[in-house]
Design a protein. Structure first.
Length: 370
């Protein structure tokens, strides 16, 4: 890992020239404060608008949730590209191909803002807007490939947006699916949920009288396999903000302590949606605490994946896979009787997740310094 070198003639350290002293890098709290202020301010203002306009019952809820996920990356990119002169994406020093993706992401966020406004003004079109906005998301994936081919392997590495190792995507992805499959079975075994009648839950898929096995395979392909890839641009919105920008700063406190703090911040960022009944309906207080713990656990897992793969896009993929896999098992296999007191994202799941984190913390990678 990199070490900051300060030239100080007055100090000496055995084995190091007198003019060179190694120092521990410090958190740039000013940058952290600007990022958190902008991210929380924009997100909570958006959530307030949603609350005043009907809350989760508003037809634009899904679109606004996607818009909200873009805001951490938007904040980090806006500040990094135009205000933080030491940022690898600062517009005056970043002349690589990656700068075009930064500009694209800022534009994409603007498109979602326009879509959100249109959806709130014309509720009758709100439900189709997320599908329409899949077009620029797909174009963003194409842009990534083009820029990577044009700029070479360091195109996004130098900008702090490395793709990561493919084996980590695949291996850790399989581990995530297995983890949620286990929790689904536990819900069934302990009678904490009910089996889903697939043809009743998804009548639109059963219109052709296809066998149940084919219906399951169709759902798995669309949600677990294709979903995380098609939604990669959106989940990158959170991951570049939290794992790409904030994590490198906070782990200067030490990796374990820094990731814990990041998880707390990330969980609090979700609170307005929890208060409106998202994730844990009817549990605003316990749900807020559970979301913080859930985010701490997931923050350790995603950070571990980033450390191992050397790429923030790994976290974006695993984040999307987490959302899609959990939704698939809840909607298509076993529906929990209580989101708070069942496996999946409830209190029993937090206990299992904590055990996994304790196992991950045994890896020496957590003792490396920045």
């Amino acid at each position: 890992m990199s070490t900051q070198i300060t030239f100080t003639p007055e100090q000496t350290t055995p084995g190091i020239p007198a003019e060179t002293v190694l120092t521990t890098p410090r958190v740039n709290w000013s940058h952290v404060a600007w990022f958190l202020g902008l991210t929380f301010g924009l997100t909570w203002l958006l959530d307030l608008a949603l609350y005043l306009l009907g809350g989760l019952a508003n037809p634009s809820t899904m679109l606004l949730l996607q818009f909200q996920m873009l805001l951490p990356a938007f904040s980090a990119m806006l500040l990094g590209a135009f205000f933080f002169k030491d940022s690898p994406i600062f517009y005056r020093t970043n002349h690589g191909a990656s700068r075009w993706f930064v500009y694209f992401y800022l534009l994409l966020t603007g498109l979602y803002l326009i879509g959100g406004i249109v959806g709130l003004i014309k509720p009758e079109v709100a439900t189709i807007l997320p599908s329409i906005l899949l077009i620029p998301n797909f174009l963003g994936l194409i842009l990534l490939i083009v820029l990577r081919v044009k700029g070479g392997k360091n195109t996004f590495v130098d900008a702090g947006m490395a793709g990561g190792k493919a084996r980590i995507w695949f291996g850790y992805g399989l581990a995530l699916v297995a983890f949620f499959a286990l929790q689904t079975w536990l819900n069934y075994f302990f009678k904490l949920g009910t089996l889903v009648d697939l043809k009743t839950a998804f009548p639109q898929l059963a219109t052709n009288n296809l066998p149940t096995t084919v219906l399951y395979l169709s759902l798995v392909m669309n949600t677990v396999v294709l979903g995380p890839l098609l939604g990669l641009i959106i989940t990158f919105g959170e991951e570049y903000g939290w794992r790409g920008f904030l994590q490198p700063e906070l782990i200067k406190l030490g990796r374990i302590r820094g990731i814990f703090l990041l998880g707390v911040i990330w969980g609090i960022w979700h609170w307005p949606m929890i208060w409106m009944g998202y994730n844990y309906p009817g549990q605003p207080l316990l749900g807020s605490l559970s979301m913080v713990i859930y985010c701490i656990i997931l923050a350790y897992f995603l950070a571990y994946a980033v450390f191992k793969s050397k790429g923030v896009w790994t976290a974006a993929y695993l984040h999307g896979l987490t959302n899609q896999t959990l939704s698939f098992f809840i909607m298509a296999v076993v529906t929990p009787t209580s989101m708070m007191f069942s496996f999946g994202a409830g209190l029993p799941a937090l206990l299992l997740g904590a055990i996994v984190v304790l196992f991950l913390l045994r890896d020496p990678v957590w003792k490396e310094t920045e």
